[in-house]
Ligand binder design. Structure first.
Ligand code: F6R
Length: 366
C-alpha cells in the first residue's frame, strides 16, 4: 500500500529510517558492544581466515558491493574484488581454495548473479548471499548468508534495498575487522554507535525534501548530469547517476572525482549540472579542488555537504545538507538526497517512476 505517498518509490525512500533499523535490529547486541550475524555464525571462522573475498552483483547491488570493498579492505584488511556478475560468469576467473564469494541481490533471482554463484560453488569457494527476498533462488544456493530486512520493494528503482544492503555489509565489515583483531574494542563500539545514529540522521535528510524538490525544479530540463565522489562516496555518485537515468531518462554518469580530468571534464559547460558528493573526510580538500575545476568551466555544482561544512557550501550553486557522520557510514546518508533528487526530477518530467520503461524488478534473463 502506498498510503499517503504518490508513488511506491517515494514511500520506500521515506521508509529508510525504519528499514535500516530493521536490518541492524537483533544484530547489534543490546549493550551495543557487539555485532552478531546469526546466518554466518557457522562459517565465520572460515571468513576470518579467507585469502580473498569476491563480491558479485548487478546494478545497485554492485554499488553496494563497492562500498563493502572499501570497508572490508580499510577495516578488516582482507583483499576484496568486486565484479559484475555478468562478467564474472563468462570470463575465466581464478577462484582458489580459501576464497569467499559473496553475492548481493535484492530479488535473489537475478540470472547473472545466480549463474556466477553456481560457477564459484562448483569451483569450491565458500558462497555467501546478501538477499532481501527470503527463500529466493540465490538465498537457497548459498552456503550461508544474511538477509536484509528492507521489506518488499515495489518501485523498480532500488532505494531502501540499497541502504539495507549497505547496512548489512557495514556490520559485516566491522565484525570481520574485530574478529581479525584489526580494530580495538573501543573503535568497534564507536563504529557501532555511528550505525545506531543513522536512522535519525536519515530522518533529518528526509525532512529537507522541500529543498531537494526546489533544486530538482531548477535542473529538470538538463540533458546530461555528472555525479562525482571519492572514497566511500564514489559508489554513491554511481548510484545517484543510476537512479537519475533509470527513472527520469536524463543521461547521467557517475565518476570517481579524480577521474574527471581524464575525460569527463570535457563535458562541463554552463548547461551541465555536476552533483558533487562530499563529506568532511580525508578526501575533502581534493573534492574542493574538483569543484573549483568545474566552477572554472562554468558548470553548475550541486553539492552534498555535511552540516559542519563551510568551504564547499560557498562554492556550490545548490546544496543538499546531510548530518555529519563517521566516513565509514557516510554512504548511507549521502545517497538519500540523491534518491529524492532523481525522484522529483522524474516526476517533473512526467515519467512513470515506479515502472520505468524497459526495466523489470527482477532480471531473470541474461
Ligand atoms: C537499480 C536496480 C537494478 C538492480 C539490479 C540487481 O535501481 O534496481 O540495477 O539493482 O537489477 O537486482 P538484484 O539486486 O535484485 O539482483
Amino acid at each position: 500500500e502506498k498510503g499517503d505517498f504518490e508513488h511506491y518509490m517515494l514511500k520506500e525512500i521515506f521508509e529508510q529510517p525504519k528499514t535500516i533499523q530493521d536490518t541492524y535490529r537483533g544484530r547489534i547486541k543490546a549493550d551495543q558492544k557487539e555485532i552478531v550475524l546469526g546466518g554466518l555464525l557457522d562459517v565465520f571462522p572460515k571468513i576470518v581466515n579467507a585469502n580473498r573475498i569476491i563480491i558479485i552483483g548487478c546494478g545497485t547491488s554492485w554499488h553496494a558491493a563497492l562500498v563493502a570493498e572499501y570497508l572490508i579492505e580499510e577495516y578488516a584488511r582482507i583483499p576484496v574484488e568486486v565484479e559484475y556478475a555478468s562478467e564474472f560468469r563468462y570470463r575465466k576467473p581464478i577462484i582458489n581454495p580459501g576464497d569467499v564469494v559473496m553475492a548481493i541481490s535484492q530479488s535473489g533471482e537475478t540470472a547473472d548473479t545466480l549463474a556466477a554463484l553456481k560457477m564459484a560453488k562448483a569451483q569450491g569457494a565458500l558462497i555467501l548471499g546478501i538477499c532481501n527476498v527470503v527463500g529466493s533462488s540465490i538465498a537457497r544456493e548459498t552456503d550461508a548468508g544474511v538477509y536484509t530486512h528492507a521489506g518488499t520493494e515495489i518501485g523498480v528503482a532500488s532505494t531502501k534495498a540499497f541502504t539495507a544492503q549497505v547496512t548489512v555489509l557495514t556490520l559485516f565489515a566491522f565484525k570481520l575487522a574485530k574478529e581479525r583483531g584489526k580494530i580495538s574494542q573501543e573503535l568497534y563500539e564507536q563504529l557501532i554507535g555511528e550505525m545506531l545514529a543513522i536512522p535519525d540522521k536519515v530522518q533529518t535528510i528526509l525532512l529537507s525534501h522541500p529543498n531537494i524538490k526546489k533544486v530538482a525544479e531548477k535542473y529538470k530540463d538538463a540533458i546530461n548530469a555528472l555525479y562525482l565522489g571519492r572514497g566511500y562516496l564514489f559508489p554513491v555518485a554511481l548510484e545517484g547517476a543510476l537512479k537519475l537515468k533509470e527513472i527520469s531518462y536524463m543521461h547521467a554518469e557517475g565518476y570517481a572525482a579524480g577521474e574527471m580530468k581524464h575525460g569527463p571534464i570535457a563535458l562541463v559547460d554552463d548547461n551541465l549540472p555536476v552533483v558533487v558528493v562530499s563529506a568532511k573526510d580525508s578526501y575533502y580538500e581534493k573534492v574542493v579542488s574538483n569543484i573549483q575545476e568545474v566552477k572554472a568551466r562554468k558548470g553548475n555544482v550541486i553539492a552534498v555537504v555535511t552540516e559542519d561544512d563551510n568551504g564547499l557550501r560557498n562554492m556550490a550553486n545548490d546544496l543538499f545538507e546531510v548530518p555529519e557522520s563517521h566516513p565509514a557510514v557516510a554512504a548511507l546518508l549521502a545517497v538519500v538526497p540523491l534518491q529524492l533528487f532523481a525522484y522529483y526530477i522524474a516526476v517533473m518530467r512526467g515519467c512513470n517512476v515506479d515502472q520505468p520503461r524497459n526495466l523489470a524488478k527482477s532480471v531473470t534473463v541474461e
